[in-house]
Design a protein around this ligand. Structure first.
Ligand SMILES: C[S@@+](CC[C@H](N)C(=O)[O-])C[C@H]1O[C@@H](n2cnc3c(N)ncnc32)[C@H](O)[C@@H]1O
Length: 341
């Protein structure tokens, strides 16, 4: 169970949420990424996808996950519904479970339900970027479990990793990273990202990662990020509001950008852009030079990498991890449990 003093509070109150953000807070990190992304040349500019995950964005993303077009959630639910007891079997009594980028917790609840059914005393910590959303989503599970203790960690993946390294105990730990969020990390960096968690885990700990595959029709992939009801578009365009909020003033008008998506088959990644509707200039507060944007110019907002089986093998190699168990739907979506020697 949770032993460190700082974590005992997590289990004794009604779903407490601990602020684990580093002092040089997230906003500053995002601002720096904005500045460097906008300094790039024509058609190579980018805006960090971290801007998408404010309270409004997380709610829009949750709405998107209910759309049949967003097949990823459906496939993951299929796997977790079918195998939740087996996944729970692999999580020992007394475990600490930390979920990276927990989001709405609809799918997580399938695993927590299975742990509860097995009467396993475990602690579950949802880690995410927006505190009000952690309160809301964890609140929906309030009172549901007797054996599963709930808590929240407000911070980034990096904060979560640091928290794990600072809060060691004898409890086995399981890290969950669901929703194919790994797709938002560049393919070349994804193995190192997983390895960085392996570095703070022990041989009895596990890392569970859900990954979407390349094995879908291109139309199916494109439809997921451009659903018929327009949730994906609203989710991404909310990034402009979030951008303006970050800098405390209306810097980009929503009419300046159109939503543009494409599946890059060579890279095996879906790409989301803002396409500039006309020439305009961005002036950030501070001593930054202005950025000129031109009609038709694309600004990369997010990518979602898809993995072939062989690419997943390379990922494990790069992460220095061993795939212990794997659950899948006809190979098109996988949930893999990793360990480190
Ligand atoms: C693609 S959504 C997946 C949400 C949820 N896990 C699911 O499966 O539906 C990505 C989630 O990761 C969170 N996230 C993105 N980048 C993050 C970071 N650097 N640190 C912590 N959370 C992050 C977002 O806020 C969001 O909840």
């Amino acid at each position: 169970m949770l032993e460190a003093t700082s974590t005992q509070n997590l289990v004794s109150f009604q779903i407490p949420i601990v602020d684990i953000r580093t002092p040089s807070c997230l906003e500053e990190t995002i601002r720096k990424k904005v500045v460097s992304g906008l300094a790039r040349p024509y058609n190579k500019k980018s805006i960090p996808d971290l801007l998408l995950y404010n309270e409004t964005g997380l709610r829009l993303f949750e709405d998107l996950t209910y759309q049949p077009d967003y097949y990823l959630t459906g496939l993951e639910i299929e796997i977790l519904s079918k195998h939740s007891l087996k996944i729970a079997d692999s999580i020992p009594v007394g475990s600490l479970i930390m979920e990276l980028g927990a989001g709405a917790l609809r799918k997580t609840a399938l695993i927590l339900d299975a742990l509860e059914a097995q009467k396993k005393e475990v602690a579950y910590l949802a880690l995410d970027l927006d505190r009000p959303e952690l309160v809301r989503t964890l609140g929906q599970l309030n009172g549901k479990y007797t054996h599963v203790k709930l808590g929240g960690l407000w911070g980034t993946y990096d904060d979560g990793r640091r928290w794990l390294s600072e809060n060691t105990s004898d409890s086995p730990r399981t890290i969950l990273w669901l929703g194919s969020s790994i797709g938002n990390v560049k393919r070349d960096d994804a193995g190192d990202f997983i390895r960085s968690f392996g570095d703070v885990l022990s041989s009895k700990d596990r890392f569970v990662v859900a990954i979407d595959s390349r094995y879908h029709e291109v139309d199916t992939i494109c439809r997921a990020y451009n659903d018929r009801e327009g949730f994906a578009e609203r989710f991404c365009l909310n990034g402009i509001d979030s951008f303006n909020q970050l800098f405390g003033r209306a810097i980009i008008d929503i009419s300046c950008a159109k939503y543009r998506t494409v599946y890059n088959e060579v890279k095996g990644r879906h790409e989301v852009y803002y396409r500039c509707t006309h020439d305009f200039e961005i002036r950030l507060p501070g001593d930054y030079p202005p950025t000129f944007l031109y009609e038709g110019e694309l600004i990369l907002l997010a990518h979602s990498y898809k993995y072939a089986a062989v690419e997943r093998e390379s990922l494990w190699l790069r992460a220095g991890a061993r795939p212990e168990k794997e659950w899948m739907t006809d190979g098109s979506y996988t949930v893999t449990m990793l360990s480190w020697p």
